[in-house]
Design a protein around this ligand. Structure first.
Ligand SMILES: N[C@@H](CCC(=O)N[C@@H](CS)C(=O)NCC(=O)O)C(=O)O
Length: 202
């Protein structure tokens, strides 16, 4: 039995999107970040970080959203997971790059500019985050100017992992990076992405 811990209001969003692409059935424990459910002894035994998402695949326990997506796509022999080791490596490269360069930064920027109530925003946090988001967006723009997809000739787990992590960028103006803008919207236009997004925004 496959079980996913983590609400669509968390980084589980990217796993929900992938599960939709793969047509997987799973039990969904919609735990919110920092909720009491993530602090129980049972949950801490699955994920000592007390964070979401966590995957339980018939007793195989995995955390880290990017690793979960790579695992599921590979295990289910998805066309989204390239067989060519070089393209596979590019998928790892972009997923790790996103985690390092943008994962926290884009959330900090968007929360402190548009997502939170004005009284809860911190302009200094937003400014510091934006300083990091801009060069990372330049890198993506450069890559997407050379190729419409991040790893190989078609949409892959690489695009899914990076675009899903950029969910927050959907609510800001990124037209300064036209390739990134178009790519992000194309990725999020996929039926599984729209379904995942609807779960978050309903
Ligand atoms: N690198 C981890 C990050 C997991 C993470 O930070 N999840 C957030 C929700 S999006 C969380 O559970 N936060 C709870 C906390 O900070 O205590 C991943 O990608 O899975």
């Amino acid at each position: 039995m496959l079980k996913l811990y983590g609400s669509a209001h968390s980084r589980a969003l990217r796993v929900i999107w992938l599960a939709g692409e793969l047509g997987l059935k799973y039990e969904h424990k919609e735990f919110l970040p920092r909720s009491p459910e993530t602090r129980t002894t049972d949950y801490l035994a699955l994920n000592a970080n007390a964070r979401v998402p966590t995957l339980d695949d018939d007793g195989f326990i995995l955390s880290e959203s990017m690793a979960i997506n790579m695992y599921l796509a590979k295990k289910h022999k998805s066309p989204l997971y390239p067989a060519d080791p070089k393209l596979e490596a590019l998928c790892w490269q972009w997923s790790l790059w996103e985690t390092d360069r943008l994962d926290r930064q884009i959330v900090d920027y968007v929360r402190n500019t548009v997502a939170e109530k004005p009284e809860d925003r911190d302009a200094a946090v937003a400014a510091a985050a934006w300083k990091q988001v801009q060069p990372a967006f330049d890198v993506l723009e450069g890559a997407l100017a050379k190729s419409p997809w991040l790893a190989g000739p078609a949409f892959s787990i690489s695009d899914l992992n990076v675009a899903s992590a950029l969910y927050r960028a959907l609510s800001i103006d990124v037209s300064r990076w036209p390739k990134l803008d178009a790519w992000l919207r194309t990725c999020w236009d996929r039926p599984a992405a729209k379904k995942a997004r609807a779960m978050r925004e309903h």
